[in-house]
Each structure stands twice: as structure tokens, then as C-alpha cells.
Design a protein around this ligand. Structure first.
Ligand SMILES: NC(=O)c1ccc[n+]([C@@H]2O[C@H](COP(=O)([O-])OP(=O)(O)OC[C@H]3O[C@@H](n4cnc5c(N)ncnc54)[C@H](O)[C@@H]3O)[C@@H](O)[C@H]2O)c1
Ligand SMILES: [Zn+2]
Ligand SMILES: [Zn+2]
Length: 382
């Protein structure tokens, strides 16, 4: 089969690799019809993780079931399914408690949490390919309704960024009528803005410096805050009568930088502490990692950050963080799409073939104007 293979920093190619296949009776084999490029892929693409050369990218997967193992009960050949980016078994202590983001079976002993095509998440092959093996298929696959083939650009957001944006808002503790500031207007930040809107936020503010991304935020009624035009903290204070936002979301991660490009892994965290009110809550879904050899300073290389803990403590704020538990939300978010209550495809800028993926990586990595979310379509549904 064809798959997008990583060959080193900013080097990917579409290669012929051995076909994905059923390996265990509980496996499901999916023909991939939609698989998105994510900001998480970019950390790996840039060589800022220990993702191994020769491995396949792709954790935002949707497709058609073409084969099921002998132990699969529910999922049938022909089903259109969304696959959560978290690989999870369903029967470990964490999965039983809904913590599928920290499955105890899907990674090596002593490390919790698995994902497709991801560094340090269990070595599972990714789905930027024609086919993907889904372990624990009955537990993993979310069946999609009849309209799935026509609304793939909406349903494809269920594997990661929509539940992740929702999770950021959930961890922030937002209740209806409150305000929230979201740092990062990439796909995840935009999904957090959509989620906050659906959850009844009175005011949603999105901080970024790319006009195309800020425009998408504006399209759903959020207030764009351009941090290249002045301090984002000051702008949030102005929007909130000097009190700060009730809630905040971090949707950038450890490669956060100022508009001039100077990287500082504590920048968004400290801006959040400063622009969220006393006792406010913060949800951090932007990725941070324990070691970052490619970081510009020694502290960051050890995965550490100059976090304003004194101010955070003084203001009595709270923060949640980590990978999102996609299965906690994806069924209900699917229903919102099915009932036309939300249309997350509004951020999709490109539908491309797998062969166009290397070029798409370059553009999305450069945050080139107009490259807001790339959906790859390696195969067509039958
Ligand atoms: N926790 C999870 O489960 C989970 C899931 C998916 C993605 N992620 C992570 O979420 C983050 C965002 O993903 P994405 O796909 O939106 O990526 P992206 O890189 O496309 O978007 C990030 C955006 O942040 C902006 N930005 C950079 N520095 C900033 C700053 N100081 N202030 C405000 N904005 C700033 C950039 O301009 C960019 O538009 C990544 O770290 C990704 O790995 C986490
Ligand atoms: Zn993703
Ligand atoms: Zn588990």
C-alpha cells in the first residue's frame, strides 16, 4: 500500500510499504478515506520529537471497514467509522474509568497512552496511508451515520481536534455566560472556539497573528486578538473590563513563539495566567514534552519551562492538561454534526490526495496563508 513515511526533519515521501492487515481477532481493517494533517504532526515533521525514521504519520483517521477479525462483534464490513487518535484497549483500569487518553495497555509497560503515528505513544502505524489496522476494533471504532460519505470533512474532525478543542474548554471549567480566551488560532484553537460557543460562552477571544486563522475565528462569532498588533494580555483586559477572562485555553504547545518567531515554551502559559481572572480555570491541550533536544535554551531542552507559578498560585487559578480522551466526547459530537448543529468543516482549506501530502506538509508547516486545515483523501469510499 502507499503511505506517508517520515525520513528525517522536514523530509517525508509517499512510499510503497507492506499492507496493513488483521493481526489479532479483535482487529478491524479500515480503508482510509480521510486523514488530516495536524499541528501534532508538525512537531514530529520538524524533527522536534524522537519519532523514528521509516514510520508512518497520521492519527486523524476516518474510513470504511473492509475486514474484521473473528473476535469482532459490533463493527461490520462496509461501516464508515471515525477512529479516535488515542489507541485504547477498553479493559484496563484507566479505560474503564474513561481515561482512554492514558490507556495502560496501548504503550510499553510503565507508560500510559497510545496513539497512531505518534512519537512515544506505543509505536502504532499511522493512517496517512491507504489502509490502517485498528486494534480493539469494537471499542475503538465510532460508527458514522448514513450521511458520512457526503459529510466527511465534518466527521473527520471527530478523531482528534474537535474533541480536543472541546476537552480544552471542558478542563477550563467554562459555564454558560462566561468569557474565555483561547491562545492559538490553529485548527485546535478554532475547535475550542466552536466548542466554547456551543457551550454557551458569552464571549470567545482567540489570540493568533495569522489573519486567515483569525478570520475563521471571527466567522463563528469569536473576537480575534492579533498579538502582532499589541500585547494580547492588554487586549483581553480591555475586552473584559480589566478583570481578565473567566477561562482560558492553551492550543499552541511547547513551540509557542512571539510574532517575530522567538520561541519560548512558557509564553502562552504565562499570558494565560496574566489574562485569566483570579480563580479562573485553564485547559492546556497544546503539547508539551519531557525532553526537547531541539529547543533554543537549556531549560526547555529538559522539557522545563519558566512558568509564572507565583502569579498562578496568587490568583488561585486551576489548570488541566494532557492528551484529550476522544471517546469521552466523540459520540455526542458526532450527533451534533448529524443534526446539523455544528459544521466543523468550516476550517478545511484543502482536500488532497496522498501523493500531494509532502507538498501539503511544507505549506501547513510554514502556516502559509490559506492553509488552515488539510484533509488527505487517500482512497474514496465505495
Ligand atoms: N492534547 C491533545 O490531545 C492534542 C490533540 C491535537 C493537537 N494537540 C496540540 O495542539 C496544538 C495546536 O495544534 P494545531 O493543529 O492547532 O497546530 P498549529 O500549529 O496549526 O496552530 C498553532 C497556532 O498557534 C499560533 N501561535 C504560536 N505562538 C503563539 C502565541 N505565543 N500566542 C498565540 N498563538 C500562537 C500559531 O500562529 C498557530 O496558528 C499543538 O501543540 C498540537 O500538538 C494536542
Ligand atoms: Zn491531531
Ligand atoms: Zn486501556
Amino acid at each position: 500500500m502507499k503511505a506517508l513515511v517520515y525520513h528525517g526533519p522536514r523530509q517525508v515521501s509517499v512510499d510503497e510499504v507492506p499492507d496493513a492487515r488483521i493481526e489479532k481477532p479483535t482487529d478491524v481493517l479500515v480503508k482510509i478515506t480521510s486523514t488530516n494533517i495536524c499541528g501534532s504532526d508538525l512537531h514530529m515533521y520538524e524533527g522536534r520529537t524522537d519519532f523514528e525514521q521509516g514510520r508512518i504519520f497520521g492519527h486523524e483517521n476516518l474510513g470504511e471497514v473492509i475486514e474484521v477479525g473473528g473476535g469482532v462483534d459490533k463493527i461490520r464490513v462496509g461501516d464508515m467509522v471515525s477512529v479516535p487518535f488515542n489507541v485504547s484497549c477498553g479493559h484496563c483500569n484507566n479505560c474503564e474509568h474513561g481515561l482512554t487518553n492514558y490507556c495502560l495497555t496501548a504503550n510499553e509497560p510503565g507508560v500510559a497512552g497510545g496513539a497512531y503515528g505518534f512519537a512515544d505513544m506505543g509505536g502504532w502505524a499511522g493512517g496517512q496511508a491507504e489502509y490502517l489496522r485498528i486494534p480493539w476494533g469494537d471499542f475503538q471504532c465510532l460508527r458514522l451515520p448514513e450521511d458520512a460519505k457526503g459529510k466527511q470533512n465534518d466527521y473527520t474532525m471527530l478523531s482528534d481536534i474537535l474533541p480536543t478543542g472541546w476537552h480544552a474548554v471542558e478542563m477550563s471549567g467554562l459555564t454558560p455566560g462566561e468569557t474565555i480566551v483561547i491562545y492559538g488560532g490553529g485548527p485546535v484553537g478554532l475547535m475550542a472556539a466552536l466548542s466554547a460557543t456551543v457551550k454557551g460562552a458569552a464571549k470567545v477571544m482567540v489570540v493568533d497573528r495569522h489573519p486567515d486563522r483569525l478570520k475563521l475565528a471571527e466567522q463563528i462569532g469569536a473576537i480575534p486578538i492579533d498579538d502582532s498588533k499589541g500585547s494580547p494580555v492588554d487586549q483581553v483586559m480591555e475586552q473584559t473590563g480589566g478583570r481578565g477572562a473567566d477561562r482560558g485555553a492553551e492550543c499552541v504547545g511547547y513551540q509557542a513563539h512571539d510574532p517575530q518567531g522567538n520561541e519560548d515554551n512558557a509564553l502562552t502559559l504565562n499570558n494565560l495566567v496574566a489574562s485569566v481572572k483570579f480563580t479562573g480555570g485553564i485547559g492546556t491541550v497544546g503539547v508539551f514534552i519531557p525532553q526537547d533536544p531541539g529547543a533554543p535554551d537549556e531549560l526547555a531542552q529538559q522539557g522545563k519551562a519558566r512558568f509564572d507559578f507565583g502569579t498562578f498560585w496568587f490568583k488561585g487559578q486551576q489548570m488541566g492538561c494532557g492528551q484529550a480522551p476522544v471517546k469521552r466526547y466523540n459520540r455526542h459530537l458526532r450527533n451534533l454534526i448529524a443534526e446539523n448543529k455544528i459544521t466543523p468543516s468550516w476550517i478545511v482549506s484543502h482536500n488532497l490526495t496522498l501523493d500531494q501530502a509532502p507538498d501539503a506538509y511544507q505549506h501547513f508547516d510554514a502556516r502559509d496563508e490559506g492553509w488552515t486545515k488539510v484533509v488527505l483523501n487517500p482512497t474514496q469510499p465505495s
